[in-house]
Design a protein around this ligand. Structure first.
Ligand SMILES: *Cc1c(COP(=O)(O)O)cnc(C)c1O
Length: 384
């Protein structure tokens, strides 16, 4: 039987890049896949399923409430819409037009980043706070007090330690004084798992996570937070568009029941996973691949960690970093050779090095990865 990818003319690839939306996110575990299959086999009320799955996630994460969303990007858009409409039907239906309603979302200068655009999707106007030298508490206070009305602050958790940025706890304290909700993008902050509940503990009102980073569906995620605001998200999401009174903003951001249950099961598994063993497993596999690759002259192979914010660091390894001194074998050329192979092997180029991340390579494909790397390095040696 022909593989569906091949039938559609797409080559199944070995993903040695890591978790990327453009490569399909991650692989569902057998438990998440089983749950998705079970959900596929029978209908259920989606509003009921979202209410109960949200309650389960809130319980797991020690939060007041939660709601499954079709990813963290959608989570940011829905959280913003909820902060603008606050459960008001006509306001919800008008989005992204906000009319006379306040719709300012504050963002620190040091936090400007690509996903801020998802807040604008809901009709919010992004207002930058601070300057190149940073954001001071008084800058944030003045921004909240002035202008056309602040409905939320968008805070990128992974940029919390940026130079000049006000940390979340300080932002949340200032925001709370004026009852302004803080929306946190914590898309990939699900490991170490203690991080998940740390943002609500620090005072965040709504926290967005992506399921792609905890081995859930590529189009799954959830928002954790205060009950009242999670209810406001439920009011603007895709549910009850047909049966309810309002043509909700979130109708285009819909999910199937399989995605909803797979998100919960993947999270349950992620919280119960032996992460120490996960890292030891990467270490063992990397050591073996490194050993197999020893040979080609002029190639330095190192075990390194490739972080979710795409830096190569000397922490516990999840990746092999290859630097070749041979001419004609730049990292970009090696990556191109690997991607042109059969099957294509997709690697990252960072810091002029080739990065092969094993996290997303199925262990049974390690030999294939070794062979592809040897072939690419061999070819480079011949060309040089
Ligand atoms: C991936 C990512 C998102 C978007 O998450 P999706 O679940 O793919 O929508 C948002 N913010 C950050 C920092 C991300 O890495």
């Amino acid at each position: 039987m022909t593989n569906v990818y091949e039938r559609l003319g797409v080559a199944p690839a070995i993903n040695a890049c890591g978790i990327y939306t453009d490569l399909g996110g991650s692989v569902l575990s057998s438990a998440a896949w089983k749950a998705a299959t079970e959900a596929n086999a029978s209908w259920a009320s989606i509003p009921e399923l979202l209410a109960s799955s949200g309650a389960r996630i809130a319980e797991l994460c020690g939060a007041e409430a939660a709601r499954v969303t079709p990813g963290a990007a959608a989570g940011i858009a829905l959280a913003t819409a909820a902060c603008i409409a606050r459960g008001d039907g006509p306001a919800n239906e008008a989005l992204p037009s906000t009319g006379e309603r306040p719709a300012g979302v504050l963002i620190q200068r040091a936090h400007r980043y690509k996903y801020e655009r998802c807040a604008r999707l809901a009709g919010a106007e992004l207002i930058e706070v601070g300057s190149d030298s940073g954001t001071r508490p008084e800058d944030l206070e003045a921004a909240i007090a002035g202008g056309s009305g602040t409905v939320a602050i968008l805070h990128a958790a992974h940029l919390d330690a940026e130079r000049g940025a006000l940390p979340l706890a300080e932002v949340a304290a200032i925001a709370a004084a004026d009852a302004v909700p803080v929306i946190v993008d914590a898309a990939y902050m699900s490991y170490p798992t203690e991080l998940i509940s740390s943002y609500t503990s620090a005072g965040a009102d709504l926290v967005c996570f992506s399921a792609k980073y905890f081995h859930g569906p590529n189009a799954g995620g959830f928002v954790l937070g205060r009950s009242e605001l999670i209810e406001a998200i439920a009011a603007v999401d895709f549910t009850e568009f047909e049966s309810g009174s309002w043509r909700s903003f979130g109708r285009a951001l819909k999910m199937d029941r399989s995605t909803i249950v797979a998100t919960v099961v993947a999270l349950e598994e992620w919280l119960a996973l032996d992460h120490e063993e996960r890292w030891c497993d990467y270490e063992r596999r990397i050591a073996r691949i490194e050993h197999e690759l020893a040979g080609p002259a002029g190639v330095v192979v190192e075990a390194r960690q490739f972080t979710l914010d795409e830096r190569i660091v000397e922490e516990r390894p999840n990746a092999l970093v290859l630097r070749s001194r041979a001419e004609g074998s730049s990292a970009a050329q090696l990556a191109a050779t690997l991607a042109a192979g059969s099957p294509p092997v997709l690697c990252i180029v960072a810091d002029d090095a080739l990065v092969a991340c094993v996290e997303t390579v199925p262990p049974e494909a390690d030999d294939l990865l070794v062979a592809a790397l040897q072939h690419a390095l061999g070819r480079a040696a011949v060309t040089a």
